[in-house]
Design a protein around this ligand. Sequence first.
Ligand SMILES: O=C(O)C1=C[C@@H](OP(=O)(O)O)[C@@H](O)[C@H](O)C1
Ligand SMILES: C=C(OP(=O)(O)O)C(=O)O
Length: 434
Amino acid sequence: MKKLSDKLKTGLHGELSVPGDKSISHRGIMFGAVSEGRTTLHHFLTAEDCLSTLKAFQQLGVPIKRDGETVEIEGVGLHGLKQSGNPLDMGNSGTTTRLIMGLLAGQNFDSTLFGDDSLSKRPMKRVSEPLAEMGADICVTDGHLPARIHGQKLHAIDYQLKVASAQVKSALILAAIQADQPSTLIEKLPTRNHTEKMLNAFGANIQTMADNVTIKVNPQPKLTGIDLTVPGDMSSAAFFLVAATLVPNSKLTLKNVGVNETRTGLLSILKRMGGKVIERHRNDSGEPTADLVVSSAELKPIEIGAEEIPAVIDELPLVALLAAKANGISKITGAGELRVKETDRIAAVVQEFSKLGIAIRELPDGFVIDGAKPWHVEKTKLDSHGDHRIGMTLAIASLLLDEQLQLNGAESVNISYPEFFDDLASVTNIESYS
Ligand SMILES: O=C(O)C1=C[C@@H](OP(=O)(O)O)[C@@H](O)[C@H](O)C1
Ligand SMILES: C=C(OP(=O)(O)O)C(=O)O
């Protein structure tokens, strides 16, 4: 069990470059694999989830070499993947699973996908059902992994998504680029748009209409490999944005963070709560990046509803932590999707925050948190529930307490941010977490 607080005497200081964006790293491998020519990824995220994607595409016959954070992919083209001799291991990664389903549904061979216990409980019909409408033959027992995919020719689709999910949208786009005619997808709410932007950079023709929810996908593009530097992951930077806000006397610079507008919900929420973040935008093509300078601040409570959720979906445990230190009652609703992540993140946050005496009440689709009530530690053994984002949120919460806390399942950080505890040690001047 990892010992958390060894006591932070001063604030968080210095500069940090967080690892590469997880969503963009996954897509870099996938789109590079089905392009023609070489794709080189720089600052690739070498965490377990993205390595699951990398290994799956190697198994599908794509030559991929990795040297640290640099990955070279010799693309085989949209119809050049080969059947894997063995089932494909999706590990813990929802993104790998949903996106690869859309891609493999249109290939002329069969595939089997399996995952770990957590992934095997997550819903897959949200992808297999619309893919079936396109003519795909996918069998997901009771809507869960393992999945058996009998690849075949796909038809175009006009489809209104039932959940606000970039993973479902991306799976359908990857199927639609293999279809016979153009497809139209209509999102419930705008979600992260990395698939659309990146596929276009590889040569596809995907248009997002002015309403921001209608997406037209043209079939059979010739995709060509590119050279891509992956920006820092906003979802990883988020832990430090929140830590530096909440720990008094902090001033921290987070370098080169991806600030695609579909991912910056936490920045807007933090600013509305009274947080202090200066964004120094960089002049780059493709995915926008910025250096973020964050300082400690007193926070006001906030209300957040469904429309705001997609742009902050993975940061909501951290929003709950901000709310737990704001000077009043905050309410987060419309976040029912949290119940089907690596763990039920609503239940996990409520259970673990209650151990710290935080006044939090569970709603079916969110939380109510009274940040004006003082915390009082009731239990010192915290649990990540095997979920990286819960584990890292609890590690940040521990910085705000004098008690020695322990974290069960701290190794879950390897899913998205293997260097998390080292980075935290470097900006807190705590020698190490043991
Ligand atoms: O498309 C992606 O890369 C992701 C989309 C989100 O999932 P949903 O689309 O299922 O909400 C997010 O939670 C996940 O971490 C990554
Ligand atoms: C939900 C997440 O990832 P995935 O769905 O890819 O497992 C996450 O990283 O918080």
